[in-house]
Design a protein around this ligand. Structure first.
Ligand SMILES: CC(C)(COP(=O)(O)OP(=O)(O)OC[C@H]1O[C@@H](n2cnc3c(N)ncnc32)[C@H](O)[C@@H]1OP(=O)(O)O)[C@@H](O)C(=O)NCCC(=O)NCCS
Length: 184
């Protein structure tokens, strides 16, 4: 499904296949305390592991890992993973590098570009994601782009001793097509 690793150009951001040259940016992203909280990421990851991770993503045709670049600088990543090929379904995840990149329209445009690619250049029918209830900015962006809330995973995250729910959202190909037509 994702053997081809495209470069997708928008006005604010360009998405390009991740590679080891972006590992410093990824290290900043996974080390940022606010990004860790918003994505519910426990634990630490070594620089070496991240280097190996980005060096090998191109070898996997069941996922698409794209770097979000703004003004030629790595500002985050957006990923289609957990492919269910029989049901033409996958998961989406996105994270920008930290607060300095938030609120500039990068996330909105990156998701728009990936949805357009997924629903025009691949046969995917359904793209789902999970978002913690406290992540109001992300929930706003997903809803704005046509993701529909489908359910709640109760006490999905334990962070600093507190339990948090995750909202499950998805967008279907016909919904994306109808939205694209209405915006055209
Ligand atoms: C979630 C994320 C990808 C969004 O990308 P972004 O570039 O920051 O968002 P944008 O600038 O494109 O859009 C932000 C929108 O949220 C709105 N917003 C900002 N803070 C908000 C809040 N606390 N509550 C509700 N809406 C909020 C803005 O007004 C804007 O809405 P608009 O486009 O309708 O005007 C990015 O903030 C991020 O990477 N966060 C950290 C990691 C993360 O949370 N990942 C998602 C895990 S599910």
């Amino acid at each position: 499904m994702f053997a081809e690793k495209p470069t997708l150009k928008g006005t604010r951001v360009t998405l390009c296949p991740v590679g080891p040259e972006q590992v410093e940016g990824l290290f900043e992203l996974v080390s940022d305390p606010e990004v860790k909280r918003l994505t519910g990421s426990h634990g630490e990851v070594s620089h070496e592991h991240l280097h190996q991770w980005y060096a090998t993503r191109a070898d996997h045709s069941d996922r698409l890992d794209l770097a979000i670049m703004a003004d030629d600088e790595y500002v985050g990543e957006i990923v289609l993973n957990q492919l269910d090929a029989a049901n033409l379904s996958c998961n989406l995840r996105i994270a920008l590098i930290g607060a300095r990149a938030f609120g500039r329209g990068y996330g909105t445009e990156a998701i728009e570009l990936v949805l357009a690619h997924a629903f025009t250049a691949t046969p995917l029918h359904r793209i789902r994601l999970g978002v913690y209830t406290f992540n109001e900015r992300a929930r706003h962006v997903y809803k704005k782009l046509g993701f529909v809330e489908e359910g709640v995973e109760r006490d999905s995250l334990r962070w600093d001793g507190e339990w948090h729910d995750a909202v499950l959202m998805a967008v279907l190909r016909p919904e994306w097509q109808a939205r694209s037509r209405s915006l055209a």
